[in-house]
Each structure stands twice: as structure tokens, then as C-alpha cells.
Design a binder for this molecule. Structure first.
Ligand SMILES: CSC[C@@H](O)[C@@H](O)C(=O)COP(=O)(O)O
Ligand SMILES: [Zn+2]
Length: 215
């Protein structure tokens, strides 16, 4: 794949983003959170563009050629490569929150099982866990952190509309699960997005343990 960059985007900037995405993806794949080419990752490059994983690639073995440029409508820029099937969910986050610079989506077993188990409630309420403080804006374990569970669909505009409706209702949103599918979360930078994902994986695992123990 050859990526032609707009004149306004230096190659160094695009490569930095691509390398940060590949590093994160390798780590998450090693944890077993990206089975069978699933998951997708992106970073904002500038106000009008994001770098995102090419669709269908093994996320544990990404190189620079597996990351491409899209505009904020999710359309490929300067390449014939096909962006992630879920690109619109990434660009939605960049459009809605100018301060968000990295979006991560994984398919861990914990995320998948939790999404099925809590789908009937439409939300997982996290409350009383110290690790909630790993999420931006949460200063105490006494805060309430609601993670919505949206129905899965292959039709991205439907999911985009559900996310928009949640945000437009004025409800805080740090992450969402898609039923039988996985999780989306994001951050002001890649380190924050990774911290959010790691904390949420841990917290969902705790909730599943409580269910198992019937506690
Ligand atoms: C390999 S099944 C998972 C995919 O359908 C999808 O949900 C996913 O996360 C990866 O899709 P991709 O198009 O590679 O970004
Ligand atoms: Zn997915």
C-alpha cells in the first residue's frame, strides 16, 4: 500500500502516529484482546484527518503499511487501501470531541461476555471500584460510571446514531460496549486511551466475577 499524504501533513507526523498505533496494537494483541484480526485503532493527525488501521490486518503485526489516512467522514485519503469497517465510529469520536486524539476498539473475552450479559439492561453501572479513578474526570470510587451496551449491527450509521443519541441526551460517555462484539474507548492521547481500556477490562472482569460468585 502506498500512502500519499496531503502537503499539510509531514511524513514524520504520520509515521509517529502509525508507530504509536502499531505499538499499542502489539501490546493489546499480546494480551489476547484482538483475536482473529478483530479490533481497530486510530489517532488524530490533524483537525481534518486521522490515521487508522487498514481493514482485516492482524493487529498484532502492524507495520506502517497497515495504517492509513482517512478524513473525518471516514473516507480514505491518498490511498486505495480499505479503512477499518468501523472507521465511522472513530471519526465520530474525533468530530464530537476535539480534545480526543486516540480511539481504541478491542474484542477481549471479558468485553464480549460482559456485553452479552448486560445487554438486557442496556448499560453496565460501575460504582464503588477504586480503579474508576483511572477514567478521566473520576476522582473517587464513589463516582458512577455508566458504560452503555448498544446492539450490534454491521450498519455503522445505526451505531453512530445510537452513540450520538447518548451524548445528545447529556450523559457522560467514556466508553461503550457493542453487544456480542467488543468495546470502544478513547483518550486525549494514546497513553490515556490505553489506560482507559486497561481499567475498563479490569472493571468488567470484576463485574463478571461478582456475577459468577453470585455476590
Ligand atoms: C474479524 S471479525 C471483527 C470485525 O468484524 C470487526 O468487528 C473488527 O473489529 C475489525 O474489523 P476491521 O475492518 O479489521 O477494522
Ligand atoms: Zn470490532
Amino acid at each position: 500500500m502506498s500512502q500519499v499524504l496531503p502537503a499539510t501533513i509531514p511524513a514524520k507526523l504520520f509515521h509517529e502516529r502509525a508507530d504509536a498505533i502499531a505499538d499499542a496494537a502489539r501490546d493489546l494483541a499480546q494480551r489476547g484482546w484482538t483475536p482473529a484480526t478483530s479490533s481497530n485503532f486510530s489517532m488524530r493527525v490533524d483537525a481534518a484527518h486521522a490515521a487508522i488501521t487498514v481493514s482485516g490486518r492482524d493487529k498484532g503485526k502492524l507495520g506502517r503499511n497497515d495504517i492509513m489516512l482517512v478524513d473525518m467522514d471516514g473516507k480514505a485519503v491518498g490511498t486505495d487501501a480499505r479503512p477499518s469497517a468501523e472507521t465511522e465510529l472513530h471519526t465520530q469520536a474525533y468530530r464530537r470531541w476535539p480534545e480526543v486524539n486516540a480511539v481504541l476498539h478491542t474484542h477481549s473475552r471479558t468485553q464480549s461476555v460482559a456485553s452479552r450479559l448486560f445487554a438486557k439492561h442496556g448499560v453496565i453501572r460501575l460504582e464503588g471500584w477504586e480503579l474508576q479513578k483511572a477514567i478521566r474526570g473520576h476522582a473517587t470510587h464513589e463516582s458512577v460510571l455508566d458504560i452503555p451496551v448498544f446492539p450490534n449491527t454491521q450498519h455503522m450509521p445505526e451505531l453512530v446514531a445510537r452513540v450520538d443519541a447518548w451524548i445528545d441526551a447529556g450523559k457522560p460517555l467514556h466508553a461503550y460496549l457493542i453487544n456480542g462484539h467488543g468495546i470502544y474507548t478513547w483518550g486525549h492521547d494514546m497513553a490515556e486511551a490505553r489506560r482507559h481500556l486497561e481499567a475498563l477490562e479490569f472493571l468488567l472482569g470484576c463485574e463478571l466475577d461478582l456475577k459468577r460468585l453470585n455476590a
